[in-house]
Design a protein around this ligand. Structure first.
Ligand code: FE
Ligand code: ZN
Ligand code: FE
Length: 175
């Protein structure tokens, strides 16, 4: 939600549109941020995970465009202060020095905060759309919600099966 704008809610549909604008800003910011996360990743599988989620994220933007079209409102971004903050925490990890595998574990921790934030946003918006009887929009939002959940799961798996395990022992590659 915009920090310095006076948002007015007169209906649940107003609220849905507001939530979509926030998500639209968040997703566009991620399209910029994910290539930097991918570039910073030391473990090839993590790099791949970020790259494949970048492709999905571009599609999340496209789905939001479809939702705006279905609602007949112009696609507008409303600054998502939370995503700005999460991305700024991710940038601190990217710039961090030290063991590269431990930094990968930190990149995952930062990325999972992003995925959970998105899941919360899409979950609420999907439910508003359902309650408004906007089934097409609800389905679009559900598809993205599923992919955010999938990305989160993939990161957990990579952390517990490989990266955290290596980070525990790692005293090698460093920047
Ligand atoms: Fe997304
Ligand atoms: Zn926000
Ligand atoms: Fe995501």
């Amino acid at each position: 939600m915009g920090l310095f704008t006076n948002t007015e809610f007169h209906s649940l549909e107003d609220l849905l549109v507001d939530q979509l604008k926030d998500l639209y800003d968040a997703e566009n910011r991620l399209v910029e941020a994910l290539p930097k996360m991918a570039e910073a990743a030391y473990t090839p599988k993590l790099r791949e995970a970020f790259s494949s989620h970048l492709a999905e994220t571009r599609n999340h933007v496209a789905r939001l465009d479809q939702a705006f079209t279905a609602l007949g409102v112009p696609p507008e971004r409303e600054t998502c202060a939370a995503m700005k903050g999460l991305i700024s925490e991710g940038s601190q990890v990217i710039d961090a020095k030290g063991d590269l595998v431990v930094r990968d574990a930190a990149l995952i921790a930062a990325a999972q905060r992003v995925e959970h934030y998105e899941m919360a946003g899409y979950g609420s918006a999907r439910t508003f759309a359902q309650q408004l009887g906007l089934r097409e929009i609800a389905a679009l939002l559900q598809s993205t919600l599923n992919e955010e959940g999938g990305a989160d799961k993939k990161l957990t798996e990579l952390a517990v099966t490989q990266i955290n395990v290596e980070a525990l022992r790692s005293k090698t590659a460093s920047v």
